[in-house]
Every structure is written in C-alpha cells, then in structure tokens.
Design a protein around this ligand. Structure first.
Ligand code: SF4
Length: 661
C-alpha cells in the first residue's frame, strides 16, 4: 500500500489485498476487474512491495506497445510519489521489445525489419563477430557499445534517472550511436520490473535468453499477465504452423537463385518437389474447400467455405504416392531441405543479408507436420487471398501445450477487464484447479452507463435472407443515432466484411457529421492519427463525429476514450465467430475435453468482444455513456452484461439518458 501513488479507491485496495494474499501463498490468481479500474497500477504496487521485501523480480508481459508504455508510466508515478530515497532507487524497470523494433540496423533496412527473431538473432551474432574482429566491418552500434565505456555509463545513468519508455530509450540510443538491445541486456540485471511482450515468456528460445540476461530462474520471478483474455488465442497462434502456396513459390525462387540440387540419389530435384507440393495444395483446396468433384464439376450441395478439415494422413499420402516415394525417403528429403536451407542462410549471411531460407522453413514445417500429436491440433486446408494463396495448416486447439512454464514461476497474476467465465480461462491454459479466481465489480456508478438493445433487427444470416427489411431497419437506426446526437459516436461491426457490406449498401453522405473509418490494412501510425482526430471532435464541446470500426480490433480493444471523447457506442450485430472448420474443430475439442464447447469457444469469446467494446465508454467515475446493441439476440448475454435493457423507442431512450447530466 505504501507504494500506491494515488488515493486508492475501495476496489483498488481489494485488488491489491487479493494480489498480496496470492503472493504470500505462492499461488496463481486469475483476476477480472472492469476496464478503467486501475489494474495496472494495483498489480505494480502490490507485486513491487512483495518483490522488494522477498528479493524477487517481476516479469510484466503485455500484448501491445501502448500497454507496455502504460506500465512504464505507472512505474514512474510510483517512484515519483516515494519519499524514501533508498526505496526510490530500487524502483527501477526496463521495457524490452523484439529485435526488429530495437535494432537500429533493422530500422535502416526494410528487409531486416521484416526478419523473425531467429533470423535477426543470427544476423546480429554475425554482425557482432565481424565488429569484434575488424575496425571497419560489422555493426557500428555494437562497436560503440563495446568501445565507448563513457557513453555507455552515461546512458545507464540516464535510463536509471528517467525510466524511459522503450520508444524514448531507442531514440536516445540511436542518437548516441549505441545498440539499445545490447544496452538493455546490461540494464535488465538491475531491474526490479522487466516489461516485455508475451513472446518473451512463451517462446522457449527467447525465454531462455531473457532468463540468462536476468541471471535468475523462474522461481525467483513473479509473472504478471496484462490483458490476459488475449493469451489463449495468442498461444494457439504461436504454436500453429502453416505452409502456403506463396511460401512454396518462394522456395522455387530460392532454387532459381541458389541452384537446384537433386535429392534421392539424383531421382528428384528440389524444384520439381516444390512444384508437386504446390499442385497438391491447390488440388486439395479444390476438392475439400470448393467441393470440386473428380469430373471437374462443383458439388451442388457444397456450401461456400473458406476452410475444411484435412484427414490426418491425406497430405502425406498424396505426396508419397504421387512422387512414388516411401515415408523413409520423405524423411530423407526433409533432412536435405533443412541442410540445403542452412547453406542458403550462411550464404546470405556472408552477403550481409537477412539469413532467411524458405527451403529451410519448408523442411521444418514438413518435419513438424508428419510428427504432429494430432489430438491437440486440427489439420486444415484454408483458402486465402481470393483463391490465390491456399495453405495447409496445423492449427493448435489447446493453448495448454505452451503453458508448462506458468507453474514454474513463483506466482502468476493473470488480469483483464473481460475474463468471465474465469473457469474457462483457467481450464484453457491448464492452470491448477487451486488457482484463485476473482471477479471485482465495476467501481463506477451504475447509473453512468446505459446498455440498450432493440428487438426488431439482427445480423443472423437465415433471418437476413428471409426478411430484406431487417438491413434497412438496421441502417435506419445507425443513421438516426448518428444524425440526432452530437456526441462522439463509435459504430462497431462484427468484422471488416460486415463493415464493407454496410459501406457498399448505404450512402455515407446521409450521415451529417464528420466520419472516420477504420481500415483493416491501416498502419499503426495512420490508425493513431485517425483516432486522435476523432477524439478531438468530441472534446471542448466540439461537433462530435462518427467512427466506424470493428469489434475485437485495435480500436475496440486497445484504445482509451475518456470523457467526451466517446459517449455513444452502437454495436451492429452479435460478433459470433464464423462457423469455419477451425472454429468447429475448437468447439469439438472443448466439448471433448471439458464438455463445454459452445460456452467456452463461442459464447464466452463473443461476450468478451461485446464487453471490451462497451468498456470504451467508461474510463473513470465521472464518465457517462450509452451502448446500443442492434440485435435481438442480445439477451443471450445477460449473464455477462447484467444491466442490459430492451428499448422500443431507441432515440427517445438515448435522448433521456444523455439529458440526465
Ligand atoms: S548489435 Fe544491436 S544494432 Fe547491431 S545488429 Fe545486433 S541488435 Fe542490431
């Protein structure tokens, strides 16, 4: 409590107390507390107090760079508020990002900036080796770091005094011509808090490297997981693997550039192997996703799909039979591809290029695919890029494949504004049944938030087909709200597809106010500009604007809109996951493992998206806002959204709420 830098609210005292009890019992805590309730500062204050007293370190993992910035900013507030100089000195933290963000050489070179952590690590090791053996070659940022001791000393001092965000730290190092990544390795040993992206804990190689830098083992570290509702999907993606036609083509280009060696005693060339692979992926896509029959016609019963399950041995059987090879020979081919890929990597390295080899990746993928423990994975064929880039995919259904590490930490604190049902999160990650599950109610006055839904519209496909008037009524609601109320309004769609359908079928010029539109491919900086422009329309009694966005996206899950920056949220339809083969596989797996397929894989993720979107409205005690769900299925989520109310006169109800200032 001594470290908490503000006047704590009652719920913040309760959060810190719960975290402290968990730490004292070396336990694990899954904690839900509404958006804006101050989880970050509570977790930092409570874990820091414990770590100081018991000689532990805190690994604080975040999903986005802006969350990382917030942790560093709060750490600074804690230090500022302290009066005892000795404790103040100990409050020291470091933020680390991936090498592609932190390496100045990667900033200067487009190809390098696209490198994976393994590729950049290899590139960096070679640059450092060259720098050590020659005055002219190799990385100059590393050379200055090693040779200019005074500059490094000043930099360490500056970081200890300033507690910079990673962005400030990188800028400082680039100006001083020293490598931020190397400097971080030095600093991290003295840090009490290390703020890193998820990958630093869930990728084994990167984790071991971090632990080496820290010179500590897991049992001396407390792990805090921010925005934990993202973690199961994050781990699924991290442990999934795919092979696309685009990647196989790149293998072909690599062969054109570096030579086409033969395999199997000269019976097969790498190029012809890749060509056969590409043909097989396309043909499997045609038959499983497009339902094209052997006679070349499309099955009349086949519905339009984007993916399909692939029988476990289908791809390998097709490959071996078409090439006339045995499974043992396929293993030999895989070994050859990996060995040849390594030579290409070395060659590129000698030319100061990113040591990337697609043939190497291909060999590793095939090795992974044929050795897969398939009950935790679904093998899929997926169509992508309008049919131009189909792929086969080993999709990880079970995030617990990557969470063994969690039990090794001294304690773990998993926090989010939207984690209900908490048992689902615990079970998905394979946490112990003894894990403490706590949900704190919102600390903000209930009367400041209104959540309405209407009963005469839906985005349910079968009803849209039956009743063409549904869409017109939906758009009438959107236009009515945008044109009636001057407050800043965000209109959120279940996906970019539904948002573009809205764009195609309506006339935006009917909305008489400034309009902002989130686009899927928008760069982070363009998105930030768009959001800040939108926010400024709501401030200082300005003429509010309408922002069209999607649920589950960067805006609806990652950005804060305090006070007048956002007062109305319109949700156009329930964001159920698409019924793809991937989704069905997930549901089936959870049915098998927990008997809760629908609840855990459909209902809970949908509720979280809704709550995250609604959560943008209220960020502190004085914030007010109204959310409107345009879908008659909204009451299905009443157990997650308890203050949901039907509305028969939507504009009037919104008007009445907004008038109550
Ligand atoms: S030493 Fe630093 S700047 Fe040089 S290549 Fe490695 S990460 Fe990049």
């Amino acid at each position: 409590m001594d470290l908490f830098p503000y006047k704590p609210r009652q719920n913040q005292k309760a959060i810190m107390g719960t975290i402290n009890t968990t730490l004292e019992s070396r336990g694990h805590l899954v904690l839900e507390s509404g958006t804006g309730s101050g989880k970050t500062i509570c977790a930092l204050s409570a874990t820091l107090a414990y770590a100081l007293e018991h000689d532990k370190k805190i690994i604080y993992i975040t999903r986005t760079n802006s969350q990382q910035q917030q942790v560093i900013t709060e750490l600074r507030s804690i230090r500022l508020h302290l009066t005892d100089e000795k404790t103040k000195e100990k409050i020291f933290g470091v933020g680390i990002q991936g090498r592609s963000n932190m390496c100045p050489m990667a900033h200067e070179d487009n190809e390098l900036s696209q490198g994976t952590s393994e590729e950049l690590s290899r590139f960096c090791a070679n640059e450092k080796k060259k720098a050590r053996s020659s005055k002219k070659n190799g990385c100059q940022y590393y050379r200055h770091f090693v040779e200019d001791k005074e500059k490094v000393k000043q930099a360490v001092q500056w970081v200890q005094n300033t507690l910079p965000t990673v962005e400030m730290f990188i800028e400082y190092c680039e100006k001083k011509n020293i490598c931020p990544y190397e400097l971080n390795k030095l600093l991290v040993r003295d840090a009490l808090v290390v703020v890193v992206p998820y990958i630093y804990v869930f990728n084994v190689t990167i984790r071991n490297m971090l632990f080496d830098w820290l010179g500590l083992s897991e049992e001396d570290m407390i792990l805090v997981i921010d925005e934990a509702h993202n973690l199961p999907d994050y781990i699924r993606d991290l442990f999934s693997s795919q092979l696309s036609v685009w990647m196989v083509r790149n293998c072909g280009y690599e062969v054109d550039q570096y030579g086409n060696p033969s395999m199997l005693d000269g019976r097969l060339s790498v190029k012809s192997f890749c060509k056969t692979l590409e043909d097989i992926i396309r043909e499997i896509r045609d038959s499983y996703v497009y339902n094209i029959l052997e006679n070349g016609l499309r099955s009349v019963n086949g519905e339009k799909k984007t993916d399909a399950f692939l029988p476990s041995h289908e791809f390998v059987t097709e490959l071996t039979s078409r090439m006339g090879i045995t499974p043992k020979q396929l293993h030999d081919i895989i070994d050859d591809l990996i060995a040849y890929g390594e030579k290409i990597q070395e060659n590129k390295q000698k030319q100061n290029k990113l040591p990337r080899s697609y043939l190497h990746k291909l060999g590793l993928f095939l090795d992974f695919w044929i050795n897969l423990a398939h009950e935790q994975y679904a093998k899929l064929i997926v169509d992508a890029a309008d049919g131009k880039n189909p792929r086969i995919e080993a999709y990880c259904l079970d995030p617990s494949v990557g969470t063994d590490i969690l039990t090794k930490f001294y304690s773990t604190i998993h926090m989010s504004g939207t984690l209900e049902p908490l048992e689902e999160y615990r079970d998905s990650l394979g946490l112990s049944p003894k894990t403490t599950l706590v949900s704190f109610p919102s600390p903000f006055p209930r009367e400041n938030r209104k959540i309405l839904y209407v009963k005469d519209v839906t985005t349910k496909y079968s009803e849209l087909v039956k009743d063409e008037g549904v869409m017109d009524r939906m758009w009438d609601y959107v236009f009515g709200i945008c044109n009636t109320f001057p407050q800043n309004t965000m209109v959120c769609f279940p996906s970019f597809n539904t948002l573009s359908m809205f764009q195609r079928n309506t006339d935006f010029s009917s909305i008489k106010r400034s309009i902002f539109l989130e686009e899927q491919q928008m760069s982070q900086s363009a998105l930030m500009d768009l959001v800040s422009d939108f926010k400024s329309h709501g401030e200082n009694e300005g003429n509010g604007a309408a922002l069209f966005s999607v649920m589950g996206g960067r805006i609806s899950e990652g950005m804060d809109f305090p006070a007048e920056q956002l007062e109305i949220v319109v949700i156009v339809g329930i964001p159920y996951p698409k019924p793809t083969a991937r989704q069905r596989g997930l549901q089936r797996y959870y049915d098998m493992k927990f008997r809760k397929g629908w609840e855990y894989t459909v209902e809970a993720p949908t509720a979280r998206k809704l709550l995250q979107t609604i959560g943008r409205l209220i960020r502190d005690e004085s914030d007010r806002g109204v959310a409107i769900l345009l879908d008659r299925r909204a009451p299905r989520f009443r157990k997650y959204i308890r203050d949901l109310e039907p509305s028969s006169h939507l504009l009037k109800d919104v008007q009445e709420f907004l008038a109550l200032r």
